[in-house]
Design a protein around this ligand. Structure first.
Ligand code: CP
Length: 313
């Protein structure tokens, strides 16, 4: 078995606190590779990584491919529209055919909850969940944890608010699980129609008013409204959402001066987040993207079972 003792990374729910810390610590040693003149180490030479995305992606797909290339693995990318699924091939048959080419890792994003878990049961390759429906987006949560630890020096004891469309967000679910395991105090905020049922059972507080929600928080994580997953109108209009629940300069007046602003992207500017906040001095949104490459290098490295942490030259 590899350094993680798992074949697959399917969700934050499966990870122990020690494993999360191992991934974050390993990512720290890989971050330096990305600022070298020659951004490549031979760690995964001879290994192959397939990225298979059924939904659009800018950050996650590019980041996994860049991470694999920086580790010298071979990368192959496949999207639903360019695969034989458009000719009627099933998900499992597609996965079995990819397995027949003997890849080491398959990174998959799918609109259905559980699709990566299903594939993982049918292939020998390690499977990484790059986002499944409204369920989990573990690599996003890990890069968010990495960024919080980098900016704040710790996670334990911090007060974090996650704002927006919580009930349709796999990013929210993975972050709630990860932040709670790391000892942060988590609040969720947004319209009541976008809060999950029995939110308190997740170990979080619910505060609907954004001004109240940002008070005393060390980290303000804003999420995109997942219009593609809602299926019905959960608020009257985007303009009213922005007016009542958008995070803008007026809302930030209630926040601590040293609070950091996070967003997983893509940002709907002027809806959940104003440009003055997204581009302002407290925003770490692009740092999250930078850190995503190092965190995904750590995930691939640990899953494939490469050299020990610290020996990345
Ligand atoms: N954060 C995130 O998952 O972005 P993409 O959809 O661009 O991959």
């Amino acid at each position: 078995m590899n350094n993680l003792n798992y074949k697959d990374l399917l969700g934050i729910g499966q990870l122990s606190l020690e494993t999360i810390k191992l991934i974050l610590d390993t990512a720290e040693s890989f971050k330096e590779v990305s600022i070298r003149d020659i951004k490549k180490v031979p760690t995964l030479r001879g290994k192959s990584v397939i990225t298979f995305f059924y939904e659009p992606s800018t950050r996650t797909r590019t980041s996994f491919e860049m991470a694999a290339k920086r580790l010298s693995a071979d990368t192959i990318s496949l999207s639903a529209s360019s695969s034989s699924m458009v000719k009627g091939e099933t998900l499992i048959d597609t996965a079995k055919n990819l397995q027949a080419m003997n890849p080491d890792i398959i990174v998959i994003r799918h609109s259905s909850t559980g699709a990566p878990h299903l594939i993982a049961r049918h292939v020998r390759a390690g499977v990484v969940n790059a986002g499944d429906g409204i369920n989990e987006h573990p690599s996003q949560a890990l890069l968010d944890l990495f960024t919080i630890r980098e900016k704040k020096g710790r996670i334990e004891g911090l007060k974090v608010v996650i704002m927006g469309d919580i009930s349709h967000s796999r990013v929210a679910r993975s972050n709630i699980l990860g932040l709670r395991k790391m000892g942060a105090e988590v609040t969720i905020s947004g319209p009541p129609t976008m809060m999950p049922d029995k939110a308190e059972s997740l170990g979080v507080k619910v505060v609907n008013d954004p001004r109240e929600a940002v008070k005393d928080k060390d980290v303000i994580m804003v999420l995109r409204i997942q219009l593609e997953r809602q299926g019905k109108n959960l608020f009257p209009s985007l303009r009213e959402y922005a007016a009542y629940f958008g995070v803008n300069g007026n809302v930030l007046k209630y926040a601590k001066d040293d609070a950091i602003i996070m967003h997983p992207g893509p940002v709907n500017r002027g809806v959940e987040l104003s440009s003055e906040v997204a581009d302002g001095p407290r925003s770490v949104i692009l740092d999250q993207v930078t850190n995503g490459v190092a965190v995904r290098m750590a995930i691939l490295y640990l899953l494939i079972g490469g050299l020990r942490v610290g020996n990345v030259d």
